[in-house]
Design a protein around this ligand. Structure first.
Ligand code: ACO
Length: 362
């Protein structure tokens, strides 16, 4: 028996927490966040609204959407004031790596709750890094805007359209929480040591960054670029699967049917209208990949996951692909902070055991 073949290698089916925050039904293809289906939430609630629900459900003070809107706006302003001190730590790093250093440099702020500072700082840091990479100065937050609209303004230096802000809002809501995914588990482990929320979100971001988790959407676009034309779909996908490569944006540990978030994000792309809604090659690649995976991995039930349409949506919003993972973190930080609060309220250190498979002393 090799270590990776043991049944516990991926902690499949192990419950690591009892939570009020979200529920993933992999057979029904359903995601419930704080009592509502993800598609309903994305259609009716802003990011601030879902943050209010998550923090309230976690047992922090009960907050509403308007209160969270004020708190996140204040946090964005404070994070912006700290940029001059933070950005030098990111010198020479890619946006994904620089974001890790920048998140690690965020700390407590008088008068701002740590969960608000952690979530509010994320888009400020991401936007500053994107602009810095393009040789542009950071753009100050606009506290009169919602979190999604301000994120786009800080990224672009000019206001986004209402439809674009709505599309990013739908994205942030959709990825706000998702059961015991790897980065949320990392968040809960760190929180269980009673480390503070800034430690928690730094660790969670590190876990998110890998291609098997939140690092996938950039490579989805790379795949679509590499395929290029309809005629090349079949040969490209077949060759990738024959090599044993994983197709980015497909497959999921929990979902055995289509990830419900994929459809929410596809609808958000459609709602943007114009040429952005023309999915042409994307839809053809998706259809062929699903068929090819069914043939190559019979019985594995591999379907489209959230990252496939994340890539299309964030690209349509003109967010550079090397910033997709930090933008994902901006959304998921809602769940990380809520889970950390919930975990700390249990007061219990997460400390599992391992099965020793090495030699014993003679
Ligand atoms: N392309 C090709 N083959 C795949 C893919 C894929 N996207 N996903 C799984 N497989 C294969 C595995 O290689 C394995 O093959 P085998 O049985 O011949 O060894 C089989 O399908 C079963 O895989 P699982 O072990 O059930 O998959 P696991 O739960 O470990 O992985 C994961 C889930 C990591 C998401 C995987 O599907 C993957 O790597 N997908 C591509 C990367 C990706 O899209 N990541 C984003 C995930 S969504 C999120 O985290 C927000």
């Amino acid at each position: 028996m090799t270590i990776h073949q043991t049944s516990t290698a991926g902690l499949d089916g192990v419950s690591a927490a009892v939570t009020m925050l979200s529920h993933v039904d992999g057979e029904a293809g359903e995601l419930i966040i704080a009592g509502s289906r993800v598609d309903d939430l994305a259609a009716t609630t802003s990011f601030e609204g879902v943050v209010a629900r998550l923090w309230s459900a976690a047992g922090a003070a009960t907050l509403d959407e308007a209160e969270v809107r004020v708190k996140l706006a204040e946090a964005r302003l404070h994070a912006f004031r700290r940029l001059a001190a933070i950005l030098p730590a990111t010198d020479g790093l890619s946006i994904v790596d620089g974001f890790r250093a920048a998140v690690a440099a965020i700390g407590p702020q008088d008068g701002i709750a740590p969960e608000a500072m952690s979530v509010g700082a994320m888009p400020v840091l991401a936007a500053a890094l994107v602009r810095r990479a393009a040789g542009q100065a950071a753009v100050a937050p606009d506290a009169s805007l919602g979190h999604a609209a301000d994120t786009l303004k800080m990224l672009r230096g000019e206001a986004a359209t209402g439809a674009e802000a709505k599309a990013l809002d739908a994205y942030l809501v959709t990825v706000s929480d998702h059961g015991m995914n790897a980065s949320t588990f990392a968040a809960r482990v760190v929180a269980s040591t009673q480390a503070d929320l800034f430690m928690v979100v730094t660790a969670a971001y590190c876990a998110l960054s890998g291609p098997l988790h939140g690092g996938a959407p950039g490579p989805v676009l790379d795949m679509l670029d590499a395929i290029g034309t309809s005629a090349d779909i079949a040969p490209w996908v077949d060759a990738a699967l024959a090599r044993g490569d994983r197709l980015m944006g497909f497959g999921h540990r929990i979902y055995k049917v289509r990830d419900p978030r994929a459809d929410v994000l596809k609808r958000a792309v459609d709602a943007l209208g114009g040429d952005k809604a023309d999915l042409g090659l994307t839809a053809e690649v998706e259809a062929y990949a699903r068929e090819a995976l069914a043939k190559a991995k019979p019985g594995r039930r591999l379907d489209t996951n959230v990252e496939f349409y994340t890539a299309i949506l964030l690209d349509a919003l003109k967010i550079p692909r090397n910033a997709f993972t930090p933008i994902f973190a901006a959304g998921r930080s809602a769940g990380w902070t809520a889970h950390a609060i919930e975990q700390q309220r249990t007061g219990r250190l997460l400390r599992p055991t391992s099965v020793y498979a090495g030699p014993m002393p003679a």
